[in-house]
Every structure is written in C-alpha cells, then in structure tokens.
Design a protein around this ligand. Structure first.
Ligand code: BEZ
Length: 211
C-alpha cells in the first residue's frame, strides 16, 4: 500500500555509492529527502542530481540529508557520477542507492505499472527526524522536479512544527504567515508579539514568528 503522511518511513539496508547504508541509522536525527529517478544515464535525471548536489549547503542549513534511488546497479551509478560531475559542474555529494532487486522501490511504492512496469517514477519523500513521512510527491519520467520547491516545503514544515501557524499560497521564508485557525484571538495576541491582521475571522495573518 502507498505510504501516507504520518506513516513511519520503512527502514532498509542497501548498497549505495557511499557504501552499505542502513537507512534509519544513516539519517539518524536529520530530516531526509529520499527521491527516486527512473534510470541512470538519462538527461532529466542527470540535471536533477547535479542541481541537488548544488543545494548541499541549503540542505545542511535545514538539518537535511539527500539520498537518491533507482533500480540500476552500483556499477552504473558509479559510472554515471562521472558524467554528472562533468556536465553539471558539481560532484554528487550524497548517496545513490543501487536497487536492482527493487527492495526500496517496493517498500516505497515507487514503481507505478501504468507509467512503467520496471522503472521507478520520480517520487519524493520528505521524512522528519522521527522517521515520519511528511510529504510525498510523484512526477512522471519526462518532467524534472523543482528542488527549490522541496526546500520551500522543508521551510514550511520546520516552521509550522515550531509555531502555531500555516503558510499561505506561494509562501517563501520571510513572508507573512497565517495564524492557526485553532487559536482564539486572545491566544494569538499572547503568542505573536507583532500582532495579527484579521482579513476574515478564519483568515488572520502575522509576521513570520522566527524572523
Ligand atoms: C530522463 O531522466 O531524462 C528520462 C528518464 C526516463 C524517461 C524519460 C526521461
């Protein structure tokens, strides 16, 4: 069955380009982006992995690790890394899981037979430090993902875990946020020193509280 938000991310042990990894031990107390790509030596995947490598400092600032998976073997992964470094201007600095027997793909339901019977689709899982699945995305093979959006979701998850707020459409870090509808006006006044604006009783905005 497909993983749902709040489910525990399945654990596994796998061979990767950084050696054998036990997933839960490897991620420890970090947030993690686990993402699948259809196949090594393909153009869209090459750009995605290169761009993700460039985000290393952005992920580190968010206590987040990246790890990628496809059903290719380790020899192909290692050979492809050279192409990514050559063409994308960055060496891949996170592990690629070799999953030729589909252990990880099956655990995370990354093979969608109506798209392709054998290859993983472009799945993304954001997993929190308690190993809970906090976001799932599925993209088709021909559409590269927007990894800036993944950073934006991480910012929102980390903010809304810490404060009684929600983030509005197209929010980015630093923008005003929405006061949790669960709070009364009195509670909101006590929590948000900047005060808040009532657009409708159910739509109240305030400055981002951790800025
Ligand atoms: C790609 O990564 O470029 C790709 C992979 C599978 C199908 C289509 C494109």
């Amino acid at each position: 069955m497909a993983l749902r938000l709040g489910d525990t991310a399945p654990d596994f042990t796998a061979q990767t380009t950084d050696g054998e990894i036990n997933f839960h031990e490897w991620k420890k107390d970090s947030w993690t982006i686990l993402f699948s790509h259809p196949k090594d030596f393909t153009p869209v995947c090459t750009t995605e992995l290169g761009y993700t490598a460039k985000l290393k400092d952005d992920f580190a600032a968010r206590n987040t690790k990246a790890i990628a998976v496809s059903v290719d073997g380790l020899d192909d992964h290692n050979a492809w890394l050279g192409d990514i470094a050559e063409t994308q201007g960055t060496a891949v600095n996170f592990p690629l899981i070799a999953d030729p027997d589909r252990t990880v793909a099956d655990l995370y339901d990354m093979i969608h037979p109506n798209a392709d019977n054998t290859l993983t689709v472009r799945s993304v899982f954001i997993i929190d430090p308690a190993n809970k699945v906090r976001l799932t995305l599925t993209y088709p093979a021909a559409t590269g993902r927007n990894f800036d959006e993944i950073l934006r979701v991480l910012d929102s998850l980390q903010l809304t875990d810490g404060y009684k707020v929600a983030t509005p459409v197209n929010w980015t870090d630093g923008d005003d946020v929405i006061v949790s509808p669960a709070l009364s006006d009195d509670e909101a006044n006590a929590l948000f020193s900047a005060g808040f604006t009532t657009v409708k009783p159910y739509l109240r905005t305030t400055a981002q509280p951790n800025k």
